[in-house]
Design a protein around this ligand. Structure first.
Ligand code: ATP
Length: 325
């Protein structure tokens, strides 16, 4: 019996191994064989001309399981599976009027980036709708949507190519005058003029090493050249020296002017001047209004402000409005 038993257990163990392998394979194929996440309508609608409004109408959203898999190593899948397709946004509604700057604030993991990512339709909502000038983003053609919505993040992607090519990537038809205008408004013209090859200087890993602030300004110049009507900006606090910080700030002011903007705000100056602040917590908008109103209300925003920004405020010049308060 012992002689029989050993090979039998070996066989049983082998079967377990095969089963495990099969499960892993299935998961690998789930990852590789993903259906396209975003489906374009065969007869898309056009975005009306002119400034654009951005509207979230009772948006509910959970990240698709496949995306969680691609983010994590396969060993982590079981853990993520246990979490299930947890809902991240629980009925978010707001409206940014054409030309308004809406600042999203709130604790880490609240859902700010998720809200921002639904505008260029990186994901589709589970229920509710995201509309640009009244048109559901799911009904827009992808080229139309891409041209309408520009995204600036702290580490915007730069290609290992010349500065000019990096800029023209967003606007292939731009002429030299337009290119220099974008560089000037992004506070980069002096730097580019000082480089031996000017705009033909290769940037990136093996090329000219741009500082963090210069990289950011180059991505802003790209946005200025592309002229999207809606800007999604992730201000994530960069550790820039104060001169760089001022240049980036000036470039961003240019980028937001006359555009509808959704800003994941970390700078007090942005929040103070925003037309509307949305306080996001646990996937919900828990407060909304302007800086002064929300401070006076003494709710979550006031609390956030006092813990995160009050020290920064003290370093500022006295502000008559704040003094009245
Ligand atoms: P932060 O200020 O730290 O960037 P946030 O407010 O932007 O946070 P989100 O990044 O939108 O928050 O995250 C909201 C929730 O969604 C978090 O629980 C986060 O773990 C989860 N999440 C974010 N991105 C993904 C993703 N690609 N796949 C799965 N879950 C995600």
């Amino acid at each position: 019996l012992t002689r029989l038993y050993t090979p039998l257990t070996a066989l049983a163990n082998a079967r377990v191994d095969v089963m495990t392998a099969l499960v892993s394979f299935e998961r690998v194929f789930e990852v590789l064989d993903l259906p396209p996440m975003i489906i374009e309508r065969p007869d898309p609608e056009r975005l009306p001309a002119g400034p654009v409004s951005v509207e979230f109408d009772d948006v509910r959203f959970a990240y698709p399981a496949a995306d969680r898999v691609s983010l994590a190593s396969l060993e982590e899948v079981a853990v993520l599976d246990a979490r299930g397709g947890e809902q991240v946004l629980h009925g978010v509604s707001f409206r940014a009027e054409p030309g308004q700057v809406v600042a999203l604030v709130g604790p880490s993991g609240a859902g700010k980036s998720t809200i921002a990512s639904l505008v260029p339709r990186l994901y589709d909502v589970d229920s509710g709708a995201v509309r640009l000038s009244g048109v559901d983003v799911r009904d827009l053609g992808s080229a139309d949507l891409r041209a309408a919505v520009g995204v600036v993040t702290q580490d915007g992607h730069l290609f290992h190519d010349t500065i000019a090519a990096n800029l023209r990537y967003a606007a292939p038809d731009a002429d030299d005058a337009e290119l220099w205008d974008a560089l000037r408004r992004a506070r980069l013209d002096d730097l580019v003029r000082s480089l031996p090859d000017g705009p033909e200087t290769v940037v990136g890993e093996r090329g000219y090493r741009l500082s963090g602030g210069e990289r950011q300004r180059l991505t802003i110049a790209r946005l200025l050249l592309a002229q999207p009507r809606v800007v999604i900006l992730d201000e994530a606090t960069a550790h820039l020296d104060s001169e760089s910080e001022l240049a980036v700030q000036a470039a961003l002011t240019e980028a937001l002017a006359g555009r509808t903007a959704l800003v994941i705000a970390h700078r007090l100056s942005t929040i103070r001047t925003a037309d509307q602040i949305l306080v996001v917590e646990d996937g919900r908008v828990v407060e909304r209004g302007r800086h002064i109103e929300l401070l006076a209300a003494g709710g979550r925003y006031a609390e956030l402000y006092h813990t995160q920004f009050a020290a920064e405020e003290e370093r500022r010049e006295p502000d008559p409005v704040i003094e009245v308060l």
